[in-house]
Design a protein around this ligand. Structure first.
Ligand code: NAD
Length: 481
């Protein structure tokens, strides 16, 4: 049994109430450890440590902070195998995915912001006729809160923490209570890399108690949150009267629009990934697939054939494509959407069932699922399922495709498959999403703005956007007459 502890003021500590939550391996359903069920008392301790550390951390040079972040990145790389194994066990994702994507990206988050902060700049505006110059001082905000979800645990946890620290803030962070393990391991890495005590504090616990205490804390001045849209709305309501800076990265129901003039082979293999990578538990997965009518039947057959070849299996096995869903409640939620088919003139073309795999018969495994829908207005096309479930629907022409894509409350990302340049640009302009991929999916450049429109969020992460979020801009006007 593993005991996961809070990381406050540079040391591992137990929750003040001595209450613990169970940590479960989703591929077996077995409890592998325990984690703190922290309260507002623990959050207060974390805040105090951060506040004490801020006095000196905020005065360190960019070079010093950059060097520590780089060391953290190097140590993550050196512990790739252990971190990937921990992530895969905790989350249920294939070990190969954790090794190739999650952990390298966590290292890259630190490496990227160790460099980005050295290039971050502020503006100056001269008013020659009035003999004055304005410049923008970008100062760290102070103590900031970072709250992350379970689907890409270390990847998204570090995506927030790295820029917050780079900009000179001290952090009180909470990973998801469903996947706490790699955040726990990160603490030790930070200590080894020489991060001064109190600069980063990690408090484990439930959202409505520990997370809520972070959001409600009057002196935690900014909240960077990634998670569900409903939680985001609640956080916004709590934080608004306290006048906190807020960055909300929320849910998605992303369209994948396929035109007949696309590069068919590339589209087909990428669409399998954009549908089912990480068991479909990526906010950017293309869960609504719209296909031009002239190639609809061909696509449907080819897609089913490809998806049939995906292997659902133990995350630790080499040839596993689809691991376990993250938890029993989440599996039940996803399966409940399959029931919806009966009410919605929809047809399950493939999958739809929980499955049992060798050596993981109590694990939370499910078949990749393809559902044909007859309307975009159904629950299956309007609600985020966040599992290995996609819907298919044909369309005729650009106007209909665009209407279908935009007719949803979410606006995170969209993918368009076409070789028509004019159409690509038209869709890029007209799609109501924060991200548009043309002839690709999940191709990331960390310098670019990342975030959603409509109910998918407020604000942008990535590149200088997030460094702006994690700093307070102050205008200084000097008159030299
Ligand atoms: P969630 O909203 O249930 O939880 C996210 C985090 O918020 C967890 O750490 C949780 O403990 C915490 N939390 C819950 N209630 C809280 C409260 N009242 N105050 C403060 N914190 C609270 O989301 P989840 O189920 O962990 O993650 C899945 C969701 O995340 C999906 O909707 C997915 O689309 C979204 N997501 C979005 C992005 C993005 O970049 N837009 C990326 C990944 C996941």
């Amino acid at each position: 049994m593993i005991t996961i502890k809070n990381y406050i003021n540079g040391t591992y500590c137990e929750p003040s109430n001595n209450e613990w939550l169970e940590a479960i391996d989703p591929s077996t359903g077995v409890v592998y450890g325990r984690l703190p069920n922290s309260t507002d008392k623990d959050v207060e301790e974390a805040y105090k440590a951060a506040n004490t550390a801020f006095a000196s951390w905020s005065k360190t040079s960019v070079g010093q902070r950059s060097e520590i972040l780089r060391k953290i990145a190097d140590l993550i790389v050196s512990k790739l195998d252990a971190l990937a194994a921990a992530e895969s066990m905790d989350n249920g994702k294939p070990l190969s995915l954790a090794k190739e994507v999650d952990i390298p990206r966590a290292a890259l988050n630190f490496r990227f912001f160790s460099q980005a902060i050295t290039q971050f700049y502020s503006e100056s505006h001269e008013q020659v006729s009035q003999k004055s110059i304005n410049f923008t001082l970008r100062q760290p905000i102070g103590i900031v809160g970072c709250i992350s979800p379970w689907n890409l645990p270390l990847y998204l946890f570090t995506w927030k923490i790295a820029p917050a620290l780079a900009a000179g803030n001290c952090v009180v962070a909470k990973p998801s209570e469903v996947t706490p393990y790699t955040a726990f391991l990160l603490a030790e890495i930070c200590t080894k890399a020489g991060l001064p005590k109190g600069v980063l504090n990690i408090v484990h616990g439930m959202g409505h108690t520990t997370g809520q205490a972070i959001v409600e804390h009057p002196n935690i001045k900014a909240i960077s949150f990634t998670g569900g849209t409903k939680t985001g709305a609640h956080i916004a309501k709590t934080a608004a009267p306290l006048f906190k800076k807020l960055s909300l990265e929320l849910g998605g129901k992303n369209p994948n629009i396929i035109f007949a003039d696309c590069d068919y082979k590339k589209m087909l293999s990428t669409t399998v990934k954009s549908s089912f990578a990480n068991q479909g538990q990526i906010c950017l997965c293309g869960s609504r697939i719209f296909v031009e009518a002239s190639i609809y039947e061909q696509f449907k057959n080819d897609f089913i054939e490809k998806v049939k070849q995906l292997k659902v299996g133990l995350p630790s096995e080499k040839n596993t494509d689809i691991g376990a869903l993250v938890s029993k409640p989440h599996l039940d939620k996803v399966l409940s959407y399959i029931e919806q088919v009966k009410q919605e003139k929809a047809t399950v073309l493939y999958g739809g069932e929980r499955v049992s795999v060798e050596n993981g018969k109590n694990g939370y495994f499910m078949q990749p699922t393809i559902i044909e829908v007859s309307s975009n207005d159904c629950v299956l096309n309007q609600e985020e399922i966040f599992g290995p479930v996609v819907t298919l629907m044909p369309f005729k022409g650009d106007t209909e495709a665009l209407k279908l894509a935009n007719n949803v409350k979410y606006g995170l990302s969209a993918t368009v498959w076409t070789n028509n340049l004019k159409r690509s640009l038209y869709f890029s302009e007209q799609l109501q999403t924060g991200i548009v991929w043309i002839n690709t999916w999940l191709q990331r450049d960390l310098r670019t703005p990342f975030g959603g429109a409509k109910s998918s969020g407020v604000g942008r992460e990535g590149g200088f956007e997030v460094l702006r979020f994690f700093t307070e801009a102050k205008n200084v006007c000097i008159n030299y007459e």
